[in-house]
Each structure stands twice: as structure tokens, then as C-alpha cells.
Design a protein around this ligand. Structure first.
Ligand code: NAG
Ligand code: NAG
Ligand code: NAG
Ligand code: NAG
Ligand code: NAG
Length: 476
């Protein structure tokens, strides 16, 4: 049965929003399988490819006052693309692999101290590869306020931006560099303060005279070193946090691309989540858009609430690496039919959700079951060679529309997530569209639920309440 008529008519009556209509247009219809579950989506092949132009969401997270617009780092909505070939998928996937390797090494050898980087000159431990599949938000810092575009990362603790004076390696970008002397609200943090000792959770603190220094090491030789300081943080005109602790990076190197730094959303004492706990109750949510040519949001606090359709699964800590947000996957269905995977397979090495990893990494046992069921459902389409992380690829050269088999993730607490079609396929190029999942090396490796599979949901981190929610249509 085709669901497209239902989709357009009922929603159009309820909500005459162009955005919702476009959503329906992109997924032109559903077919239903056993027990009324969605079996497949009809999508146009064009909608799977990167968009050449930006059509921002008009509602910006329901116009909540503590909302920031989210754009993809390499999409046309980002003003900060410097790379002449901004969407090199092979490169993005390679860096994704590097991020995953780093996260997994952290989770199994927590407490290992990394070798001192010569550039950083400070010993540092924790840190992850920033990667390039990330999303950006723009926040205000300083008095008078200046806007900075930062990567947001749920697996990083510290918020930092590049600042003056710049010593050592200073990558260039278009935003003006943060200058403490332009601001009436900047203050150094003293070396003897308890804030400075809390930096121990990200690596180490040192002193320059009486001033606290931070050093954070990311994977693949990316790092940031500088003064640990306080500033006025402006999320929106009504939402200002004084004395926000951040890093004023004097020496930064690595894969930060066009961003001026990073906003750390992990569950750590120095993250923005903890620092704004009084105001936002350790609660934030975001929606990642289905295409690089659209926008989503990052919202702090419960204002406006989670969408009524949200369902919640427990949020836990994984191993000793407490900064990661642990989740519990219990099963996967294809076309509404549960795959036969023992749920132990998912809990072996633990599982986390991450905003910065692009592709979900599954235990090999689970990945094999998924690839095989998906391959059967796609039997009528032409296969394409494996590429990068992917081994289940299709040549859609001759197709204008395809029927995408549905994939449902089940989490503890009875949460069933029907993935958006944009989270099922990854278009490496027009003629090579692949199942957007990859296998870990062994079943005991940490499972990572990546950002491709979060697209279009409102993902709610109720850190204080210990639960993670998913609501539908999060970007509209
Ligand atoms: C690490 O960085 C180097 C130099 O920038 C680059 O050539 C290499 O591809 C990167 N490796 C990964 C896995 O991203
Ligand atoms: C912060 O500390 C550095 C190093 O001690 C110093 O050069 C700078 O003037 C200080 N800035 C302020 C605003 O106190
Ligand atoms: C990364 O760091 C290692 C160890 O410090 C060094 O051997 C390697 O050459 C560096 N790679 C790049 C691309 O800078
Ligand atoms: C946060 O700080 C407190 C007190 O400084 C400390 O006891 C606690 O272990 C820290 N928690 C994390 C996750 O770093
Ligand atoms: C493939 O096409 C044939 C002929 O149209 C049809 O009978 C069959 O159900 C299709 N298989 C799948 C998996 O869609």
C-alpha cells in the first residue's frame, strides 16, 4: 500500500508548513509490511545526493530561545567551507575511522597517558579525533559579543576557541580570531583555583605564572593548548552565561577545518552541560538535518519540551571513560522483521552515542545479519563495488526512484527507531550508494551509534535524568 497520499494530505491540513511538505516530497511514500510496520520508503535518488544549495529550516527548533542553528561542516549552509573540494567522502570516511579508533582505544585503555606531543609541550591524556563529519553551531563570546563558529561534539569535554596571542601553529580561517584584550568580560583562571584542578579530567593543567593553562590532545596529532579562562557566553540575546570556563587556544593544530574551535557537550565537569546545569538542568537536544543543504538545531534546556512523540532509553556511563554517553542497543529490524542477533552481541563491549562519528559501528555478528537481510531486500538492484568502510553498495545510475528497505533500531526501554532514509544510505558518489553501516573488528569492540543514523530525530540528552530520548521530525 502506498502511503504518500496520506502523508501529504493529513499533514498539510494540520500544518501548512513548506518544510513538512518537502519532507513528504522527499520520501514519496511508504509500503507497509507485517503487522502494519513500515517495510520500505520510496525516495528519489537525487534526494540521496549532496545538495548544491542551502535551504535552511524556517522554524529553527520551534523558535525556542536557547536554540542554535546546526549546519554541516562541509555543506552549502556553512559559510566556513575552505576546502576547494569540500565533500571528499573518502577523506571524511578515513577520518571517521580515525575517530572511531581513538574512541575505542580510550574505552579499553582508560587512564593511559599519551606521549607528550612536542607541539603541545604539555602531557595530555583524554581526547578524540575531531573528524570531519561534524556539525557546526555559532555562539557569541566576549563583551561586546563576537560570533564564533564551533564544532559541537558530545564526546569532548572542553569548549575552546583559537585566541590571541597565537604562538606555534595557528590555522587560519575567516572568523576574526578571539582577542582577550577586545573584551571587558575576559578573565584568566588562577592556577590555584579548583576549576584549574578539574582540568585533570581532560589531561593536565599547568601554570604560566599564576595563570592556569590547558592542553587537550585529539587523535591524529590534533591538539589545542592555551589559557583556561572565563568569558561571557551568549547563546541568544536572552540567554547569557557569565564566567563561562573555556580554553583560549594559543597553539592549535589538526583537523578543525573551518571551525574556530569546539564546543564540548560530554558528561564532564568542565563541559558546557555541567557549567550551565543551574540554567538548563543538564538537558540538551539537537536535530541533525537529512541533507547537508538543510539546517537543524542544538537547544539547551527543557523549554518547549521534548516532542510528544519522544521515547526514552537509559543513558549510562561506559567503562571508566565516563565522558561518553552510553546507550543500550537490543536489536535491529529490516523491513519490520527483527534480525536474529543475540542481544549479548550488543552489550559485549558496550555502546555509546556520538554526534561526531558519522557511520554506526556494529559488532561483526550484527553487521553480517544486517547486511544479509538488507541485501536480500535490495536483490533487484544492481550491486556496485565495495568502497571505504562499506561493502553493501548499489549502482543507482539507471534509477530515478528507489525503494529503501526500512531499518529499525531497538534500544532498552522499548524504544524503536525507524531510521530516516538519509540514515540508511550513504552516497559516496552518484553511482555508488552504500548501506551506511560498518562492522567493528571483533564483537567485543565498543559499538558506536553515529550521526548518520540520528538524522531527522530530535535527540534529547536528559543527562540529569539519566535518559536519552528520540522524537520524530526533530528538524521541523
Ligand atoms: C592524519 O593526518 C595526516 C596528515 O594530515 C593525513 O595524511 C592522514 O590521512 C590522517 N589520517 C587519518 C586517518 O585521518
Ligand atoms: C592572562 O594571563 C597571561 C599570562 O600570564 C597574561 O599575559 C595576560 O595578560 C592575562 N590576561 C588578563 C586579562 O589578565
Ligand atoms: C603524528 O605524531 C607522531 C608522533 O608524535 C609522528 O611520528 C607523526 O609523524 C605525526 N604525523 C603527522 C601527520 O604529523
Ligand atoms: C567532578 O568534580 C568533582 C569535584 O571536583 C569530582 O569529585 C568528580 O569526580 C568530578 N567528576 C568528573 C566526571 O570528572
Ligand atoms: C524483484 O522483482 C521481481 C519481478 O518484478 C518481483 O517478483 C520480486 O518480488 C522482486 N524482489 C524484491 C526483493 O523486491
Amino acid at each position: 500500500m502506498e502511503g504518500s497520499f496520506f502523508c501529504v494530505s493529513s499533514r498539510a491540513l494540520l500544518l501548512l508548513s513548506l518544510h513538512v511538505l518537502m519532507n513528504c516530497f522527499m520520501h514519496e511514500g511508504y509500503t507497509y509490511g507485517a503487522k502494519g510496520k513500515i517495510a520500505s520508503y520510496t525516495v528519489s535518488v537525487r534526494s540521496l545526493l549532496p545538495s548544491p544549495s542551502c535551504s535552511p529550516s524556517t522554524t529553527k527548533g520551534g523558535n525556542r530561545k536557547s536554540t542554535l542553528e546546526v549546519v554541516h561542516k562541509h555543506g552549502p549552509c556553512s559559510q566556513h567551507v575552505q576546502d576547494p573540494h569540500p565533500l571528499n567522502h573518502i577523506k571524511i570516511l578515513l577520518q571517521d575511522e580515525s575517530r572511531v579508533g581513538w574512541i575505542q582505544s580510550q574505552s579499553s585503555n582508560s587512564g593511559d597517558v599519551l606521549k607528550t606531543s612536542a607541539a603541545a609541550r604539555l602531557p595530555a591524556k583524554s581526547g578524540i579525533t575531531v573528524g570531519t563529519g561534524n556539525y557546526l553551531v555559532t555562539i557569541g563570546l566576549q563583551t561586546p559579543k563576537k560570533d564564533l563558529t564551533l564544532i559541537f561534539d558530545t564526546d569532548s569535554p572542553l569548549t575552546w576557541t583559537r585566541g590571541k596571542p597565537c604562538v606555534g601553529s595557528c590555522y587560519t580561517r575567516s572568523d576574526p580570531i578571539f582577542n582577550p584584550s577586545d573584551s571587558s568580560s575576559y578573565a584568566n583562571i588562577s592556577c590555584t583555583s579548583s576549576s584549574c584542578s578539574q582540568l585533570g579530567s581532560i589531561g593536565s593543567s599547568r601554570c604560566s605564572g599564576s595563570t592556569c593553562l590547558y592542553s587537550i590532545q585529539y587523535g591524529n596529532n590534533s591538539s589545542s593548548v592555551g589559557f583556561f579562562a572565563t568569558e561571557k557566553l551568549t547563546i541568544s540575546p536572552m540567554e547569557v552565561t557569565d564566567n563561562f570556563q573555556f580554553g583560549c587556544g594559543e597553539n592549535n593544530q589538526g583537523l578543525f577545518g573551518g571551525a574556530a574551535g569546539l564546543i564540548g557537550l560530554s558528561d564532564d565537569n568542565i563541559s558546557i552541560v555541567e557549567q550551565t546545569a543551574d540554567k538548563y538542568g543538564k538537558y540538551f537536544s539537537y536535530c541533525l538535518p537529512s541533507s547537508t543543504g538543510s539546517t537543524g538545531h542544538l537547544t539547551f534546556g527543557k523549554e518547549g519540551g521534548a516532542p510528544s512523540s519522544s521515547s526514552f532509553t537509559p543513558l549510562s556511563r561506559v567503562h571508566q571513560s565516563s565522558q561518553f554517553y552510553g546507550i543500550s542497543i537490543v536489536g535491529i529490524s529490516v523491513e519490520g522483521n527483527p534480525l536474529s542477533i543475540p542481544s549479548m552481541v550488543f552489550s559485549n563491549g558496550g555502546a555509546i552515542i556520538d554526534s561526531g562519528t558519522v557511520i554506526t559501528r556494529l559488532p561483526p555478528t550484527a553487521y553480517r545479519a544486517l547486511g544479509s537481510a538488507f541485501g536480500k531486500a535490495m536483490a533487484n538492484y544492481t550491486r556496485a563495488p565495495a568502497v571505504s568502510l562499506f561493502d553493501t553498495c548499489y549502482d543507482f545510475n539507471k534509477e530515478s526512484k528507489v525503494a529503501v528497505p526500512s531499518i529499525t533500531f531497538s534500544f532498552a526501554g522499548g524504544v524503536n527507531l525507524d531510521l530516516d532514509p538519509s540514515g540508511i544510505f550513504y552516497a559516496v558518489k552518484a553511482l555508488q550508494v552504500c548501506l551506511a553501516f560498518a562492522a567493528n573488528r571483533v564483537d567485543s569492540d565498543l559499538v558506536i551509534y553515529g550521526n548518520a543514523q540520528q538524522k531527522m530525530f530530535e535527540v534529547v540528552y536528559d543527562v540529569a535524568g539519566g535518559k536519552l530520548g528520540f522524537g520524530s521530525n526533530g528538524c521541523s
